[in-house]
Ligand binder design. Sequence first.
Ligand code: NAD
Ligand code: MG
Length: 385
Amino acid sequence: MMRISILGATGSIGSSTLDLVERDPDRFEVIALTAGSDAARLAAAAIRTNARLAVVADARKLPELRDALAGTGIAVAGGDDAVCDAARLDCDWTMAAIVGCAGLKPAMAALEQGRTVALANKESLVSSGTIMMAAAQRYGATLLPVDSEHNAVFQCLDRTAPRSVSRIILTASGGPFRTTPIEAMRAITPEQAVAHPNWSMGAKISVDSATMMNKGLELIEARHLFPVAPEQLDVIVHRQSVVHSMVEYVDGSVLAQLGTPDMRTPIAYALAWPDRMNTPCERLDLATIGSLDFEAPDHDRFPALRLAKEALVADGARPAILNAANEVAVAAFLARRVGFLEIAAIVADTLDRYDPAAPETLDAVLAIDAEARRIAGERVKDCVA
Ligand code: NAD
Ligand code: MG
């Protein structure tokens, strides 16, 4: 039996992970499940999987969780510290699928146990990749990338010749506004932005895909996960989301991983690694798809991608500021407080107004994150006023 915990069990990635785990109850034992605030959904998942512990980060929801699990024997807890405690509970495999910088401390807590951590939460690597990778090494943890592009790269890496990689090429779908003229982008609504053409995902990452900030965050993520310099990282727009990413080698060979766009494939790879397991994912039918298209990204219509590339090269505190401002701006957009084009503008302004030294500790990252959120929040108020 493989003992697993899922941080962010009620989200899109958490639900896909549960789907795979619940198909094979003889193979997986669920230790802890955590959620942000959806106590009812968390309780239902805990009952279905007979989890040992269910934790809700929003402590106000603890009574609801306790009522829903009364008499089941499943332990309950509430609050951010309880989420980190759940991440520390002994198990074999942890899925880190909390959205945003809120997932940083729980992911670190799991890494510090020297565990195998399947990492979906890209924001934590963007904000503090150097610190996280150092912690993984120090505690002997194994970090498996779940983000489909990074999982693809991980699958294509030739481990017998690690120095022979010349380039990593991340594919981007281009999101729902790949061909939308810039004048029309001003009026984009949250509903339009979260309707991704190929992937079904949580609201925040869907908006990030629509602005292409997602691909920018993924460039920074890739820099930490793989042994390449920023100039060896590229993005290509591929609207079908069939080629999930590519690795180019010094001899000119390019290896790609392909599949239908279903996050259960990369999650299954992380669950079974270094082996593979069956999934119910639809099989790729290239004859029906017919052709695959590729084009260069348009930095004029997608300025978020340019901002992220600048942060990638500058490094230091820049990626943490970029990420924090983006989280604030996307939340404000989803709340209809700012327009779609203002998301990148808020991020750019926050980066202009704040330039602290590179953080060396997790607490320093969290302090930079908090200050960047404050500055971005002021900028949101200016937009609204
Ligand atoms: P989601 O919004 O669907 O789910 C997020 C999960 O985090 C939920 O369980 C929620 O309850 C929990 N959560 C939210 N705020 C929290 C807080 N403050 N404290 C504790 N828990 C909290 O998001 P998602 O689409 O599943 O994405 C999760 C992560 O995976 C993100 O970092 C995203 O970028 C990454 N990712 C997602 C996909 C995808 O297909 N959905 C693909 C690649 C990477
Ligand atoms: Mg991705």
